[in-house]
Design a protein around this ligand. Structure first.
Ligand code: ADP
Length: 175
């Protein structure tokens, strides 16, 4: 049985991520969407929130599970018996980083291969950071994320706003 992991930050999961996970789920017997708990970037949602939103978004796919992980991606892949790391490519700008990561991971774990799936055309422009920026200023993200994620974004920015008012600095949401 070929197990694949689809690692990422998923802060939050978008329709672009769902498209990649759905397509990967038809290529591999078991796909684990692996939510990295502490990336080197600012997060809006906690690990639990990101796992729960991804789980809800992918619940119709019987061979897909969602799990949080920390530390090296290849170490996590080995721990679950995965031989494949799935990543998504939107544009040429994604390629350089993915290429570098794939080669690094190959050096660390030669038995694990990276498979990059090309985004579907309608999701080329979609990223979690763009969605957060739109939601932060009250824009509508309904066509870009599942309903429960749109709701969570609204609630999150509402609570951040009312918690700390103008003191909240949500300036570096870019991924
Ligand atoms: P990371 O911090 O590891 O880049 P992300 O959650 O931003 O985590 O993305 C996880 C993976 O999904 C990456 O390979 C990214 O290129 C891919 N991805 C993100 N958005 C899209 C999209 N709209 N279409 C295809 N792939 C995407």
């Amino acid at each position: 049985m070929t197990i694949a992991i689809y690692p990422g930050t998923f802060d939050p999961i978008t329709n672009g991520h769902i498209d990649i996970a759905t397509r990967a789920s038809s290529l591999f017997e078991h796909l684990i969407v692996a939510v990295y708990d502490r990336p080197l970037k600012n997060l809006l949602f906690s690990t639990m929130e990101r796992v729960s939103m991804a789980g809800e978004a992918l619940k119709e796919l019987p061979n897909v599970t969602v799990q949080a992980y920390s530390g090296l991606t290849v170490r996590f892949a080995r721990s679950v018996g995965a031989r494949v790391i799935v990543r998504g490519l939107r544009a040429l700008s994604d390629f350089e980083l993915e290429f570098q990561m794939a080669l690094t991971n190959r050096k660390l774990a030669p038995e694990i291969d990276t498979v990059c799936l090309i985004t579907s055309q309608e999701y080329t422009f979609l990223s979690s950071s763009v969605i957060k920026e739109i939601a932060m200023v009250g824009g509508c993200v309904d066509a870009m994320v599942p309903q429960h994620v749109a709701r969570a974004l609204k609630e999150k920015f509402h609570s951040l706003g009312s918690e700390a008012g103008s003191k909240v600095q949500i300036v570096s949401l870019r991924d």
